[in-house]
Design a protein around this ligand. Structure first.
Ligand code: NAD
Ligand code: UDX
Length: 441
């Protein structure tokens, strides 16, 4: 089939590449010429395991191309996936300007039946707005009767596992009230559905809400565990044992129960805010979700609270090693990364920071800019030199069994503030390292 991905970011690029892998002919469009240049020169603008191979293979096979040419891209696809950003507006609601601009660019150029697929995370009612924008542009061209469908197909991939998630989805949600469009969506997703029909077809509004509900539920689990971790510390319990104890209940399950430094990334923070906003606007305040967000804001500061408890509020003259800058492992994405709050809180109190991340050093340099109080170092061990303590913010595999003797021998104190509960407190004690995890009373 012929497919166009409008917006070539995490979602658009992964969608385009994975659909090309199944034999579709895909054009990926972006308004950012730099991104398209990198892709056309064989590069990948983001760090995403497995993506480069899929992209290269399908470009070589002539099934995947990248362009800034809107005319060509709109003409190409029968299915047009909109995967542009929906960042938060000043009031927390999703800013739909990029989605509507993409819709207009379709309406200004289409010459035959198109299925316009909303893949971006968008509030309930957005498909109606997309339909109205396309229709308005068609009417301007005297083509008001031209037929098209707008369907909702929210994306559930996780960064760091995006290709795998897309290739083996738990479910594919499609909100559609157009029979032909539903059949085309069934056809395009059939290769991802072979062992079991994972496609859930529903009305458009339910599909739009499903995406926010999923992210809100997952964020709720995390904030719940983070709050319980604070309690566990006070009452002398270990949150990691509690996690195992409740996760073993099949009604609860093990996933997304890890207490840590708060959730970050490009989705949870903005999607929780947007859902809270939509609900407030409709007169149904979501009290649980409002608390989820507040708990997360507090959680991002917990690690530095522990530093202050140990070293005092004035951190002038102190130096801290920070391991992990990306908002989670296996990505270089630093959007809403807890590390940024940790670094800000430490330096605001006068400390200097030496930070290391296995893949997001270039992104960190871009986001943090040149600063005297933060140095980005090339190796984890180098960050320890002259530091009072080590803070672990992201649970990269290479931090799981480090050289504990080197940590002990290099740090001044030695104290480890473990924001991801990577180490056994008993082992740390036996090694003579002062250890503070999250929720390990
Ligand atoms: P991104 O910022 O990585 O990419 C968006 C791209 O769209 C950018 O490259 C931008 O230049 C391009 N763009 C903007 N307007 C355009 C236009 N009119 N025409 C063509 N290109 C245009 O964003 P992302 O992380 O891929 O997220 C996209 C959407 O998918 C958001 O709504 C997000 O909430 C949702 N989502 C993201 C993830 C994720 O893990 N990142 C997962 C699921 C859903
Ligand atoms: C999320 C959703 O999982 C995905 O379905 C959606 O499509 C996009 O948003 P992503 O943001 O890539 O994906 O990462 P995710 O693995 O969900 O982690 C989000 C944040 O929660 C990270 O900061 C992570 O460290 C944190 N987290 C996750 C925890 O603190 N504890 C957990 O148990 C799980």
């Amino acid at each position: 089939m012929k497919v166009t991905a409008i917006g070539t970011g995490y979602v658009g690029l992964v969608t385009g590449a994975c659909l090309a892998e199944m034999g579709n002919h895909v054009v990926c469009l972006d308004v950012n010429p730099e991104k398209i240049r990198i892709l056309n020169e064989g590069g990948i603008p983001i760090h995403e395991p497995g993506l480069e191979e899929v992209v290269k293979r399908n470009v070589a096979a002539g099934r995947l191309q990248f362009t800034t040419d809107v005319d060509m891209a709109v003409q190409h696809g029968t299915l047009l996936f909109i995967g542009v950003g929906t960042p938060p507006d000043e009031d927390g609601s999703a800013d739909l300007q990029y989605v509507v601009a993409a819709a207009r660019s379709i309406g200004q150029r289409m010459t035959d039946y198109k299925v316009i697929v909303d893949k971006s995370t968008v509030p309930v009612g957005t498909a109606d707005k997309v339909r109205a924008a396309v229709k308005e542009e068609l009417v301007k061209r005297g083509l008001g009767d031209m037929s098209f469908a707008v369907v909702s197909n929210p994306e559930f991939l996780k960064e760091g596992a995006a290709v795998e998630d897309f290739m083996k989805p738990d479910r594919v949600v499609v909100g559609s009230d157009d029979e032909q469009a539903t059949l085309l969506m069934r056809a395009i997703y059939s290769p991802f559905n072979r062992t079991q029909d994972r496609m859930l077809v529903m009305d458009v509004r339910s599909a739009e809400l499903t995406k926010y509900a999923a992210n809100a539920m997952l964020a709720t689990r995390i904030s719940f565990m983070n709050e319980l971790a604070l309690l566990a510390e006070k009452v002398g319990a270990d949150i990691d044992l509690v996690r195992r104890g409740i996760g073993s209940d099949t009604r609860i399950g093990y996933q997304f129960l890890y207490a840590g430094t708060g959730y970050g990334g490009s989705c949870f923070p903005k999607d929780v805010k947007a859902l809270v906003r939509t609900a407030a606007d409709t007169g149904i305040p979501l009290k649980v979700l409002t608390a989820v967000e507040e708990a997360n804001e507090r959680q991002k500061r917990v690690l530095v609270d522990k530093v202050v408890e140990r070293f005092g509020a004035d951190l002038k003259g102190r130096r801290f090693a920070v391991w992990g800058l990306a908002f989670k492992p296996n990505t270089d994405d630093m959007r809403e990364a807890p590390s940024l709050v940790v670094i800000d809180e430490l330096t605001r109190r006068g400390a200097t920071v030496a930070a290391y991340d296995p893949v997001s050093m270039a992104e960190a340099a871009r986001v943090l800019g040149p600063r005297d109080d933060v140095s980005l170092v090339e190796r984890a061990e180098a960050a320890l030199q002259g530091a009072d303590a080590l803070l672990i913010v992201t649970e990269w595999k290479e931090f799981r069994t480090p050289d504990f003797d080197a940590i002990k021998g290099t740090l001044k104190a030695p104290v480890v503030f473990d924001g991801r509960n990577l180490y056994d407190p008993k082992l740390m004690k036996a090694l003579g390292i002062e250890y503070r995890g999250i929720g390990r009373g």
